[in-house]
Design a protein around this ligand. Structure first.
Ligand SMILES: [Zn+2]
Length: 450
């Protein structure tokens, strides 16, 4: 039998060497209930975060991630349903350290209520601006990989997935989009409250808030889909997404059922450097609606399976997100435009051979996590596996992968183990075939004529 998400997440709980300051392995959070009040014009955020979790070891001090521009005003704690005095709480170097009047024992369940306020801002580091960002007239969250603590206190590890309820109150005239389903919307004297629920377990970096002068349009499809965009961009957005439901159908037939209840695409009035993925939501800039949009739309949609449902437990395995989403672009081009994946493979192979041969795909290092070579070599690696024994076994493997690790986390080793089992009957050693592609920096020979 397959392990459940909650069972699996604990075995992956060690801090990540790519983001050594993030997260704690002493506790696990299973629920975030965030009530936010945001002033768009002044970029002022007021929040109450209610967290439910459990202690994984005996704990003297509970530690969460929270960036300094946000100041905590009050912390309340309950352990196994009983209030526990908080002796002190302190914010230092992106951490919120909470000292209760008595230790928590391993296995204890706890609840926290944390009230906070501040002017959130994106952190600037190795990966550019990440976190809560002001737009010209609104806000967005770009969480990957360490942007979540810019707007809520959390245990910022991808492997510590939790369910979410996010309520955001803003002045009238704006529309708020968060992960999952909009469950209520109220208008009270010039301020509107938007409440979303995301019941499927979600990594912190995939939690999102999108605020703008947007309208919401439903798109056709069996999976509920909508686009949220400024009215002036609505027609262009609809045109750019006109094939999205066909992609949804293709990907569901190849990767297994779409893993969430809904898919929402947000188009910002601002230009964005790259589209952003969040759980059940993708975010495009107004500059992403051009003729090349189909591959971006396919890529972001595929992340719902590869990245958001099946999440790399460690950032070094980012190719499990980007290689797979890039390969989905190839698959769409093959189905829609007749561009064979062999042709794409030949182009990317030549490109890779002319790049520096110093990147290890399954451990590229934090600075190269989003290097284009991770994307293109990752896709090529999958294509080599596909070509080794035909489409049937390859797409069965992808479906087994998305089912076994659905709403959970996995690593490269897990993929190779599954592939080895799947390909044994075809006489192919997935480890032997893919090992050089994943673990050696030089670009290997392609075992077929690309
Ligand atoms: Zn991507």
């Amino acid at each position: 039998m397959w392990q459940t998400g909650s069972h699996r997440q604990h075995q992956h709980q060690t801090p990540d060497p790519y983001t050594p300051a993030s997260g704690s392995t002493e506790l696990s959070i299973n629920e975030y209930d965030l009530t936010l009040d945001y002033d768009v014009g002044l970029n002022r955020l007021k929040g109450q975060a209610r967290l439910a979790g459990s202690a994984l070891v005996d704990i003297e001090q509970l530690t969460l991630d929270l960036d300094r521009p946000i100041r905590v005003e009050e912390v309340l704690l309950w352990c196994a349903g009983t209030p526990v005095d908080v002796r002190s709480f302190r914010q230092r170097r992106g951490k919120l350290a909470i000292t209760p009047s008595r230790d928590l024992k391993a296995g204890d369940s706890f609840r926290l209520s944390i009230r906070y306020r501040g002017k959130p801002r994106a952190g600037n580091g190795l990966w550019g601006d990440i976190g809560w960002e002001e737009l010209a007239d609104g806000a967005l969250v770009a969480g990957q990989p360490t942007g979540a603590p810019s707007w809520f206190p959390c245990n910022d590890l991808p492997a510590d997935k939790a369910r979410y309820r996010i309520s955001v109150t803003v002045e009238s005239g704006y529309r708020v989009t968060c992960n999952g389903e909009l469950v209520s919307h109220e208008d009270r004297r010039g301020r509107e409250t938007w409440v979303f629920e995301q019941p499927e377990p979600m990594s912190t970096y995939l939690a999102t808030v999108q605020i703008g002068r947007y309208e919401c349009l439903d798109l056709p499809g069996d999976v509920p889909q909508s686009v949220v965009a400024p009215p002036s961009l609505a027609d262009r957005a609809r045109a750019a997404l006109s094939r999205q439901d066909a992609m949804m159908t293709l990907f569901a037939s190849r990767f297994g059922p779409y893993p969430f209840g809904r898919y929402t695409v947000v188009v910002t009035d601002d230009e964005l450097e790259i589209p952003l993925e969040a759980q059940s939501v993708s975010v495009f800039g107004r500059n992403h609606l051009g003729p090349a949009s189909a591959s971006l739309v396919a890529h972001e949609l595929a992340h719902q399976w590869f990245g958001n449902s099946v999440t790399a437990g460690k950032w070094r395995d980012i190719w499990l997100h980007e290689g797979f989403a890039t390969y989905a672009e190839w698959m769409w081009a093959e189905a829609a435009d007749g561009v064979s994946s062999d042709q794409r493979a030949a182009v990317d192979l030549e490109w890779l051979q002319h790049q520096r041969q110093d990147l290890q795909l399954a451990d590229p290092g934090p600075a190269a996590m989003f290097d284009e070579r991770v994307y293109r070599r990752g896709a090529l690696t999958l294509h080599i596996l596909r070509r080794s024994a035909g489409d049937g076994i390859f797409f069965e493997l992808l479906q087994e992968w998305t089912q076994k690790y659905r709403h959970s986390c996995a690593g490269t080793r897990d993929f190779l183990d599954l592939a080895d089992k799947a390909y044994a009957s075809a006489g192919v050693s997935a480890n032997g075939l893919l090992g050089p592609w994943l673990f050696e920096p030089s670009v290997p020979e392609v075992p077929f004529r690309a």
